[in-house]
Design a protein around this ligand. Structure first.
Ligand SMILES: [Zn+2]
Length: 263
């Protein structure tokens, strides 16, 4: 079910051909900047599908907000999605009203495309979330115990990885055919299933992290300063058990025994 859902989302979004159309667009004179936005816009489409719970109006407003976002405008998108959810960012913004912006408005705001986007199925969204949970387990394996601060950072890393790879297309063979793999899972009792092979994962976000690391190293130029800043960022909440009402162990054992001996 999960794989079927994932396959459907990939297929629906792939059929929309947004990434391919953007790749054609940035080759036009005056639209070169679009190249730097192609991956983000493609990822944004998956973000819309995965976070709108099948609400057509919401998914449409989220999708069209990208036309504001690329011009460094992050508010006033619509009633259901009034503003972007990201923090402060620096990007190579596209000038409002420029040729690149107008072409993107035509392409991304096309009625037929918007109608298709409104129909992105909620079933597929669950599988996107399940796929993300698997990534969280890779970055933060359950059998290893992490401190609060480390866990938080590992979950942030997993989110970065999911967002950077949400729009991956199916891989293509040297002669231009879509790539598939065969497997024989236990639950199929000896029968096979065909799985699409996706493009390699992107780890480009590591470059951004390195840049941020160098910036922080310059800002906090001693171990003490860095440690103080980090402590402020990662104040661990009290353990969950601290909110429980504590009882005497001997009383608890007595009550447990009397309940199970029928006394
Ligand atoms: Zn924005």
């Amino acid at each position: 079910m999960e794989l079927e859902g994932l396959k459907r989302t990939m297929k629906v979004v792939e059929d929309m051909g947004v990434k391919t159309k953007l790749t054609t667009l940035w080759k036009k004179r005056g639209c070169e900047k679009v190249a730097k936005w192609t991956q983000s816009i493609s990822n944004h489409l998956y973000f819309c599908a995965a976070t709108s719970e099948g609400d057509g109006d919401l998914v449409e407003q989220k999708w069209l907000s990208v036309l504001n976002h690329i011009t460094n405008k992050h508010e006033g998108h619509g009633e259901k999605f009034p503003s972007c959810t990201h923090g402060p960012i620096e990007r190579d913004w596209i000038k409002e009203g420029s040729k690149a912006h107008k072409e993107l408005q035509l392409l991304l705001g096309k009625k037929r495309l918007v109608t298709d986007i409104r129909k992105l199925s909620p079933v597929d969204q669950t599988s996107g979330l399940e796929a993300h949970h698997k990534i969280v387990c890779q970055f933060a394996p359950k059998f290893v115990s992490f401190s609060y601060a480390v866990m938080k950072q590992r979950i942030n890393l997993a989110a970065l990885h999911t967002c950077s790879n949400a729009g991956r297309a199916q891989a293509i063979t040297r002669d231009g055919q879509l790539r598939y793999s065969l497997s024989y899972p236990k639950y199929k009792g000896g029968k096979h299933i065909v799985k699409p092979v996706m493009e390699e994962c992107s780890y480009d976000y590591i470059d951004d992290l390195n840049t941020e690391l160098i910036r922080l190293r310059k800002t906090y130029n001693s171990h003490r300063k860095a440690q103080d800043a980090a402590h402020k960022l990662y104040i661990s909440p009290p353990p969950l058990s601290s909110g429980a009402s504590h009882v005497l162990k001997s009383d608890a054992i007595l009550a447990h025994r009397s309940r199970f001996s029928g006394q």
